[in-house]
Design a protein around this ligand. Structure first.
Ligand SMILES: [Cu+2]
Length: 337
């Protein structure tokens, strides 16, 4: 047993080393390059707007076409210039087309089921003010308005409010390029919470080196392009931003971002993307706090330690083999094991 002990110890060390070597210990640490942060601000509020709409016995609204901006606060000033009552009744459903062939009952039924944004009855010769908060939208909307007094809509008393999307806010993002063919930072976080899309983003890119670069942003979130396919990709999906970064200078650009997500940006100068010149713009997506790097480096480190342990084991085994034994184990006080 005593003779086998050193080989047992050496074997244990080797087994430990072999166990450690292939284990990919997940090691993560903060990216060497700090994360950049964009800054967002709301748009300048549009002042409340008063829109006068005349109601006549034609019967008709004048004007019958009204254009408003997304999110605006509107006061309709409804003037009944006729001898009959009229209503200003606006549908809640964008794009809904009300049919003049409907009976008054069917028209009432439509509004009873679908609701209305505005529904005001104005007596002959009277003026009525009603306020309306235009929905916030990133796409155009349209709402039909009619008079629900029987047979007025059926006789043509209708109109249309169109809503134009507006920019929900502004943001600035900055980045740097280096002659090491890298973006610093290569991860930029932009938080636009509280704003609606689209958000107008101004990007400025400072060149910290002499080589010219581009800061070229993919238009679709969640898309990863490669050095091999990016030319074809941009041919089909025009870049959202393509900032030319002059030597030792600054390039600026502007783009509208329409939705949250992770957008990749690259340098289009030949070979730069391939050399690692790319990064990501995180719109309302937190930048992962840690970046997991290749475990190859970690494995190499563990291998070095493992081989060190093997070395110690071999030396220990050699010593034991040479001297024939381990140091004598300490004896108990009473001399027994
Ligand atoms: Cu470049």
């Amino acid at each position: 047993m005593r003779a086998a002990a050193p080989w047992f110890v050496a074997g244990l060390i080797v087994l430990t080393a072999l166990w450690a070597a292939p284990v990919a210990i997940p090691v993560s640490f903060h990216a060497g390059v700090p994360v950049g942060y964009g800054h967002a601000s709301p748009p300048i509020a549009t002042p409340p707007k008063t829109i006068r709409v005349n109601m006549t016995d034609a019967p008709a609204f004048a004007p019958s076409r009204i254009a408003v901006d997304s999110g605006a606060n509107i006061t309709f000033q409804l003037a009944n210039l006729g001898a009959y009552p009229h209503t200003f009744t606006m549908a809640r459903q964008s794009g809904a087309v009300l049919s003049p062939s409907w009976t008054p009952t069917q028209l009432d039924h439509y509004f009873a089921v679908n609701g209305s944004f505005v529904n005001v009855s104005v007596a002959p010769g009277r003026l009525s003010n009603v306020s309306w908060s235009v929905p916030v939208t990133a796409v155009p909307l349209s709402f039909e308005f009619v008079s629900v007094v029987p047979y007025q809509f059926q006789s043509g008393m209708s109109g249309l409010v169109t809503v134009t999307p507006t920019i929900g806010g502004n943001a600035t993002v900055s980045d740097n390029t280096t002659d090491a063919l890298s973006f610093v930072p290569n991860a930029i976080e932009l938080n636009t919470s509280g704003l609606h899309f689209p958000v107008n983003v101004t990007i400025s890119v400072q060149n910290l080196g002499a080589l010219v670069h581009t800061w070229t942003l993919v238009p679709q979130p969640g898309v990863n392009i490669t050095p091999q396919n990016f030319s074809n990709y941009f041919a089909v999906h025009p870049a959202l931003a393509n900032v030319q970064v002059p030597s030792s200078g600054q390039g600026t650009g502007n783009f509208l971002v329409a939705q949250s997500g992770v957008y990749e940006f690259i340098c289009e100068e030949p070979g730069h993307f391939q050399s690692g010149m790319f990064g990501f713009l995180y719109v309302n997506v937190p930048v992962p706090p840690t970046v997991t790097v290749s475990t190859a480096i970690v494995s190499a480190w563990i291998l070095a330690v493992a081989f060190g342990l093997i070395g110690i084991g071999v030396v220990l085994a050699a010593i034991v083999g040479f001297t024939g034994r381990f140091p004598k184990p300490p004896e108990n006080e009473d001399g027994h094991y």
